[in-house]
Design a protein around this ligand. Structure first.
Ligand SMILES: [Ca+2]
Ligand SMILES: [Ca+2]
Length: 157
């Protein structure tokens, strides 16, 4: 039968363990801080995307032109329209709000042309309006998320 070794750790073994732990723990703590920061950043990006999508979905269901003044080609909110009762996509041009603390949304609307497969801004009115919804965040990441949508004067049913 094998005899159990009950003599414990020597002082040298204890010192080696303490030195190894002393090196490992700061590295683990530094990684934990990085993981926490990345998690916060991912959450802020996800929230920003969600806020941008919700406003863009709200804009997408609006008419291309103001139903009460369809020949008005000026981009922007019409005199009789007050948020949240905007009734055409360009009413949102210049709109901005704060959907949650640390998040800011803003919208720009421009006339665009399709040329060579790319949308380009047009100074003159066209049958297409490009809507950009941009969300910036000071709550986790420093940057912007922009979603783009092109509204058409043509209805497809
Ligand atoms: Ca309007
Ligand atoms: Ca308008």
């Amino acid at each position: 039968m094998k005899r159990l070794n009950n003599r414990g750790l020597t002082l040298i073994e204890l010192i080696v363990i303490i030195v190894v732990m002393g090196l490992a723990i700061p590295a683990l703590i530094a990684n934990l801080a990085t993981i926490t920061w990345r998690s916060t950043q991912s959450q802020a990006i996800g929230n920003s995307l969600s806020y941008a999508r919700s406003l863009l979905e709200e804009i997408k269901v609006k008419d291309f032109s103001d139903p009460d003044d369809p020949d008005n080609t000026t981009l922007g909110v019409n005199a009789d329209d007050i948020y949240p009762n905007y009734n055409d996509v360009d009413d949102y041009n210049g709109y901005n709000d704060t959907p949650a603390s640390g998040f800011n949304r803003r919208v720009s609307v421009d006339y665009v042309n399709l040329s060579s497969g790319n949308w380009s801004d047009s100074a003159a009115p066209t049958d297409f309006k490009k809507v950009n919804v941009t969300v910036s965040s000071s709550a986790g990441f420093s940057g912007n998320i922009t979603l783009e949508y092109v509204a058409s004067a043509y209805k497809f049913f």
